[in-house]
Design a protein around this ligand. Structure first.
Ligand SMILES: [Zn+2]
Ligand SMILES: [Zn+2]
Length: 302
């Protein structure tokens, strides 16, 4: 069984929230990893509405320090502390993140010595890499230091645990040999590891929040299974979008097309399209077919 990656759109609006769309926040869940990308004001209530416990958060990725993406951080951390958060929280963000995050802690979190937080400022780089997955960042083109992120689960040979159970194989160092595809002998019975393993394909998800269209975004998103991209404006407002450091529906779809991604999610919608997200969707579809605009609290799984 392939371990699923689940992404919940906690907030799909932009600078000004609406009754329907809260400020930006997305939660990616994979195994025990819970990665929050941005944390707009009110994100902690979105967690409650989605019935997800914020104490499960392992990493916070900040795309940039505009209020709509970060105002929810102090309240969320306070709640996590009140609920006995006991993990090490890893915070990543662009240049300036360390000082700004520490100001937050100074202002609002009075028992910060009880918190285990590591804050890292990142650039164009793979900034986290373990056996299971890696995280990469790329600099974007906004009105302040801004970055986009990608999360990639690596291709891996995995042992089919259910088959293992059926065969009644005890947990022993021999299991490691089965993962390598070796044949082992247990209780006089020969077991071929190759028949118990399957390949879990690599999967990639890219988050491109506030930015003008740029080459870095296309490169980072290359071959993603899912691109989650800001689409603040309609195609008729290309100039305004660029002036404010944002993209139109068509520009977001162009990134998806040029990066050859499999599917596109548009988010960070301006309040102006509250009643007509279908216009944004139809415009994007002219360039890239497989596209959706989720509502708050909707999830996708891959
Ligand atoms: Zn924004
Ligand atoms: Zn912004």
């Amino acid at each position: 069984m392939v371990e699923k990656i689940n992404i919940t759109f906690l907030g799909t609006g932009s600078a000004i929230p609406t009754a329907r769309r809260n400020h930006p926040a997305m939660l990616l869940r994979y195994k025990s990893e819970n990665i929050l990308v941005d944390c707009g004001e009110g994100t902690q209530r979105q967690f409650r509405k989605a019935h997800i416990n914020p104490c499960k958060i392992t990493k916070l990725l900040i795309t940039h320090w505009h209020a709509d993406h970060v105002l929810g951080i102090p309240g969320l951390i306070q709640t996590m502390m009140l609920n006995g958060y006991n993990k090490k929280l890893e915070v990543y963000g662009p240049r300036g993140t360390k000082a700004k995050f520490e100001q937050y802690l100074d202002l609002f979190i009075h028992k910060e010595n009880e918190l285990d937080i590591v804050i890292k400022e990142i650039n164009n780089e793979v900034f986290f890499d373990n056996e299971e997955f890696c995280l990469e960042a790329a600099k974007m083109d906004h009105d302040c230091p801004a970055i986009a992120y990608s999360f990639t689960v690596k291709e891996k040979s995995r042992l089919d645990k259910e088959k293992l159970k059926e065969l009644n194989i005890p947990n022993s160092p021999l299991v490691a040999e089965l993962v390598e595809g070796k044949t082992i002998e247990i209780n006089g019975k020969k077991i071929n590891g190759k028949k118990l393993i399957y390949t879990e394909k690599s999967r990639k998800i890219t988050f491109v929040m506030d930015t003008r269209i740029n080459e870095n975004a296309i490169q980072l998103a290359e071959n993603s299974d899912l691109l989650i991209c800001e689409s603040t404006y309609s195609k008729d407002e290309e100039e305004v979008a660029s002036e404010h450091g944002h993209m139109t529906s068509v520009e977001a779809a162009t990134i998806a097309k040029e990066a050859k991604v499999k599917a596109l999610v548009l988010t960070h919608l301006s309040q102006r399209y509250e009643a007509i997200p279908k216009v944004i969707l139809a415009e994007a579809k002219e360039v890239f077919k497989d596209v959706i605009i989720p509502e708050d609290l909707e999830s996708v799984e891959l």
